[in-house]
Design a protein around this ligand. Structure first.
Ligand SMILES: Nc1ncnc2c1ncn2[C@@H]1O[C@H](COP(=O)(O)OP(=O)(O)OP(=O)(O)O)[C@@H](O)[C@H]1O
Length: 227
């Protein structure tokens, strides 16, 4: 469970400063699915960075399961991230020289998982996203949708509590967008994840049960009981 209290993130460049987040309060329960939308520059990616322990706020608290991430050392933040949080990005971020299976295995290396178990768990994760036949393929030998599925398997192989996705369908055409949204939704349900996704796609936002909008660093949250 996340509890954000009065979170401010100020970026300063020379004499100019901007509050990318300006007093954000937000609670996200375990197993929630939250979609974040808003105009470009509104603060979406900055919020995701706070939730993902990739950066700390300038002021306020980002409490994950009772621990304030804003107060952790860099080493502890890295540990929280590698154990609890899976990331999926718009640009897939796969390593081009590694096969699908090797790309997925990279998520287990920092956790000290032995090579044999790494291979087995990576194969299992790829099978669960429908890529059991593609373990030995390089990213360049796969479609955009398949590459994004490898990235999803890499995010989930460590069995995180939280999945954060930043425009996961942004580089995909419409049919692949639907395919990736189906995989993400199925994983959210099957694994009981807390799933938080940034999107510019109004069709996806419309279907979201809980929708946060961020403008000029300020957040408003709407529940959509019908979605
Ligand atoms: N590292 C940084 N240094 C300085 N300013 C930054 C930095 N990162 C973001 N900003 C500024 O903070 C504001 C919020 O940026 P952010 O990337 O969070 O917006 P966004 O809603 O994700 O936008 P987009 O939809 O374009 O990705 C913007 O004005 C941006 O220019």
């Amino acid at each position: 469970m996340y509890e954000l209290r009065n979170v401010t993130k100020r970026y300063t460049r020379g004499k100019e400063s901007i509050d990318a987040l300006d007093g954000v309060d937000l609670t996200i329960a375990d197993g929630d699915r939250l979609v974040i939308q808003g105009p470009t520059g509104g603060g979406k990616s900055t919020l995701l960075q706070m939730l993902g322990a990739l950066d700390r706020p300038t002021a306020g608290e980002v409490v994950l399961d009772g621990t304030d991430l804003a107060r952790l050392s860099e080493t502890r933040l890295t540990k929280v991230r590698s154990e609890n949080i899976g990331f999926v990005f718009q640009s897939f971020n796969l390593i081009p020289t590694l096969t699908a299976q090797e790309n997925v295995e990279t998520a287990l290396v920092p956790l000290g998982v032995k090579p044999k178990e790494r291979r087995e768990r990576a194969a299992e994760a790829l099978t669960s996203v429908g890529l059991g036949e593609r373990l030995g393929h390089l990213p360049s030998e796969m479609s955009g949708g398949q590459q994004q599925r490898v990235a999803i398997a890499r995010a989930l192989v460590k069995q995180p509590k939280v999945l954060l996705a930043d425009e996961p369908t942004g580089n995909l055409d419409e049919s692949m967008r639907d395919e990736i949204m189906d995989v993400l939704e199925r994983m959210w349900k099957e694994l009981g994840l807390t799933f938080i996704m940034v999107t510019h796609d109004s069709a996806i936002a419309k279907k979201a049960p809980r929708l946060a909008t961020i403008r000029k660093g300020r957040i408003s949250v709407k529940e959509n009981a019908g979605a």
